[in-house]
Design a protein around this ligand. Structure first.
Ligand code: CDP
Length: 784
């Protein structure tokens, strides 16, 4: 029995008022935190202070007596409705509210609902939870030790092992390594970090008991998928669920999973018949929602003495925390990590990953990353630098020697990917020229003689974005297509709706630009809508730089369908056959007689007023685009650092980023995406780590400990571009949003290691802090 006081069921009057408010709120593009509905109440999550403990009892009596408290929901309550556990997006299940034990610090234990959020917080203090501590497992390397505590007793398996996954030719790779005259090995940890969007996760769930209809305003990067999951898990008919994802203050992958707070808000609204708001605090966001990375990787390269790479072997331990809640395509336990051969022409490769449970928050989400690509790019770009050091060769020359040659595209990688297009030397040469590479190397030589520390770091990454082709890619079974619906109004203005959801990437600007390009309707005449499942066509949402490669394709094709119909109408209006017409953006004209023309606006009017006989009225189209392949953007980043040998302080003097994302829709937006991603990469490389002490206490749970770069730390970014269109994408575009986060960490770290390489330093794990550098300098006798 759910514990609650005085449940009030909303009357018809309230319900109508709520719907009006909802329209206004959505129309004005407010954030979830701005949603205020009449009779709305507030949820507050009670969380475990322990990382691993048996739940002995929960006493809610005192909390329930507090005036204004409406309900306290516990795991036992949810269990009665079969909702104590929910499926994760990746073949596992996760506790919504703990029933018999907790598995990480800040895990959700109970949900208090009160008239206002202050009362809810006060009531949470009055809920007495009794725990019995259990041994804690923090180090993933100890997860498979015989004496390790078994965390997931619910699985009935006596192991913390989640999965083993491998791809490639192990025998050939090992043989090449054994026979190789040169081998270079690096052990690198891509540390646990967090997307830390400025707006935390939250929702307002509003169940209307009269209409039996649920509206959820949700900070969701994938509103349609979330609606379907609410329907499947919650048993509410899907047509009675409307998910509205209003303006979102950043997502970066953090807003793809379904979190216990959402489920509790929905359950509370169903119980109380009132709208229930739940918004996380900053610490709740950092401590309990989808973390990223936590990959413990080893790469080994086999090469000839002249530096030609032959084989790559990669072994990785993936720390998934308490539940495997990675938000990624169903068939890829390690995401798209097998892009780890990067930009280089390896004949052989073998890659294996093992996932384990630990007493940490679940996640493994794609933080500005196309599913583990960031880890892969970091690893290969670090390994190439270690190889260059081994060979005592220049890292730029080594890369140029080993790039997949431009004439080898489409290129089949030894781990199975088919790269669509690329010209890696062009991007590299441009970056080298922009940064003045030769002069920098001379300067470095001079500085070393004077005992000064300066480094140049290169990263020539290859991305893989646009998940993905329906034959291979799905999330919880739903194929990863995306969609666009365009309607042209009689006056030639238009509305377009997409299955994606911008979180600040500027879709409102760029998708109308695609339509403008295809149809000649000015972009300013086109309204763009995303994020309302009642109006937008079904799509899988925005993450992993998939919007342009997938929904961008849908947009171009939907516009072309409209153009096909417009041509028929133009032929009718001009009294010629379709074959006699030529198109230029904005109008059809008769071949050889350009003055005999009909503009798209005239054609739109005719679509409602003067149609060819037998043609149905209207000018609109929808396209669900299933991409034939992924797109493979790439680039070369070069970072120059100066290090203070007394303090270990690192100054990024210059950073040049040359990106190639195929045809660009909007250069200014692409530039903004690159600046943002580089700034996030800077944070990861130098500042950020969600760490745990031996008792599983989170060490990076607030912005005093988990640092976000500000304008003070952020250097000036110098950007450049090359353009290698995607041959299979309708407008030749590739994604770009993730590239700077994928490519930059290796450039930063390579620069610092390069500055210290003459001292024998080969690797430093991120975050590369002044403290770590100072310790190395002390060890090497450079400073005291
Ligand atoms: O999926 P998400 O929107 O995060 O990433 P994206 O597809 O890489 O696009 C990010 C933004 O850059 C969008 O507004 C795109 O339309 C824009 N973009 C562009 O103008 N040209 C490209 N070739 C790629 C992206």
């Amino acid at each position: 029995m759910m514990h609650q006081t005085s449940p009030e069921i909303g009357g018809m009057g309230h319900s109508i008022k709520r719907k009006e408010d909802a329209r206004l709120i959505q129309g004005k593009g407010h954030y979830v935190d701005d949603v205020h509905l009449p009779r709305m109440v507030h949820g507050h999550m009670i969380r475990s202070p322990y990382a691993h403990a048996r739940l002995k009892s929960i006493n809610i009596e005192a909390a329930m007596k507090l005036p204004g408290v409406l309900a306290v929901i516990t795991g036992a309550d949810l269990a009665k409705a079969n909702l104590a556990w929910m499926p994760t997006l990746f073949h596992d299940k996760q506790m919504v509210l703990a029933t018999d034990k907790v598995l990480f610090q800040a895990q959700e234990v109970a949900f208090v609902v009160a008239e206002d959020r202050y009362t809810a917080a006060d009531a949470a203090e009055l809920v007495a939870v009794e725990y019995e501590e259990l041994p804690v497992l923090v180090d993933p390397h100890k997860a498979l030790d015989p004496g390790a505590p078994i965390l997931r007793e619910d699985r009935g398996e006596k192991t913390n092992h989640i999965f083993h996954w491998e791809v490639g030719d192990e025998q050939a790779t090992q043989k090449t390594l054994q026979d190789a005259p040169v081998r270079a090995k690096v052990d690198a940890v891509f540390q646990r970090c967090h997307p830390a969007p400025l707006e935390t996760c939250g929702c307002v769930a509003d169940y209307d008991p009269i209409m039996k209809h649920l509206t959820v305003w949700l900070t969701s990067q994938a509103p349609h998928a979330h609606r379907t999951l609410f329907a499947i898990v919650g048993g509410i008919p899907e047509q009675n669920i409307r998910v509205i994802s209003p303006d979102i203050g950043g997502g970066f992958g953090n807003k793809v999973p379904i979190y216990p707070g959402y489920v509790c808000a929905v359950v509370a609204s169903l119980t109380l018949g009132r709208p229930v708001k739940w918004i996380e605090t900053r610490s709740e966001n950092l401590q309990s929602t989808g973390f990223a990375r936590d990959y413990h990787m080893t790469a080994e390269i086999a090469a000839d003495k002249d530096g030609t790479v032959k084989a790559l072997s990669v072994k990785t331990l993936a720390d998934h925390g308490a539940f495997n809640a990675a938000a990624q395509p169903s068939k890829f336990p390690a995401g798209l990590f097998s892009i780890c051969t990067g930009s280089y022409d390896f004949a052989n490769s073998f890659c294996e990953v093992d996932g384990v449970y630990t007493n940490k928050a679940p996640g493994g989400i794609a933080y500005r990353c196309s599913f583990r690509v960031t880890e892969a790019a970091y690893l290969i770009e670090r390994a190439m630098d270690v190889l260059a050091m081994e060979l005592k060769t220049d890292p730029a020359e080594l890369r140029l020697k080993n790039f997949i040659p431009p004439d080898k595209f489409p290129y089949k990688s030894p781990l199975g990917w088919s790269y669509d297009s690329g010209d890696y030397p062009a991007a590299m040469n441009k970056a080298l020229e922009m940064v003045g590479y030769r002069e920098l190397r001379k300067e470095q030589e001079e500085k070393r003689k004077k005992g000064e520390l300066m480094g140049v770091g290169i990263s020539s990454f290859t991305e893989i974005v646009g998940a993905g082709p329906g034959h291979t890619f799905d999330i919880v079974g739903i194929k990863m297509f995306d969609s666009c619906e365009i309607r042209i109004h009689p006056t030639g203005k238009a509305i377009a709706r997409l299955g994606t959801k911008s979180q600040g990437q500027g879709h409102e600007t760029t998708f109308p630009q695609i339509i403008a390009q295809e149809l000649g309707i000015p972009a300013s005449d086109i309204t763009l809508e995303e994020g309302d499942t009642d109006t937008a066509p079904y799509g899988l949402g925005t993450y992993a730089s998939r919007s342009t490669p997938v929904a961008g394709g849908a947009t171009a094709i939907a516009a072309r369908k409209i153009r096909d119909k417009a041509k028929k109408i133009a032929a009718h209006l001009l009294e010629v056959s379709e074959a006699d017409l030529e198109w230029e953006p904005g109008k059809f004209y008769v071949k050889g007689a350009p003055s005999k023309a009909k503009t798209i606006q005239e054609i739109a009017f005719a679509a409602y007023t003067n149609l060819p006989p037998g043609m149905e009225a209207g000018l609109e189209a929808v396209d669900y685009y299933d991409p034939p392949n992924l797109t493979f953007p790439f680039g070369t980043y070069i970072c120059v650092v100066d290090i203070d040998k007394g303090t270990g302080e690192i100054r990024v003097r210059r950073f040049v980023a040359v990106d190639d994302c195929g045809n660009i829709i909007n250069p200014m937006i692409v530039e903004g995406q690159i600046h943002g991603g580089l700034t996030e990469g800077l944070g990861i490389a130098f500042m950020q780590l969600i760490s745990y002490d031996e008792n599983g206490n989170v060490q990076g749970g607030n912005f005093m400990d988990y640092l976000v770069p500000t304008a003070v730390e952020t250097p000036h970014w110098e950007t450049g571009k090359t353009c290698t269109p995607s041959p299979h994408h309708p407008i030749g575009a590739k994604g770009v949003g993730e590239s700077p986060n994928v490519g930059s960490p290796a450039a930063f770290v390579n620069a610092v290691v390069d500055a210290l390489s003459h001292l024998g330093v080969r690797h430093i794990d991120m975050p590369v802090t002044p403290w770590k550098v100072w310790q190395i300098l002390k060890e090497k006798g450079i400073t005291s």
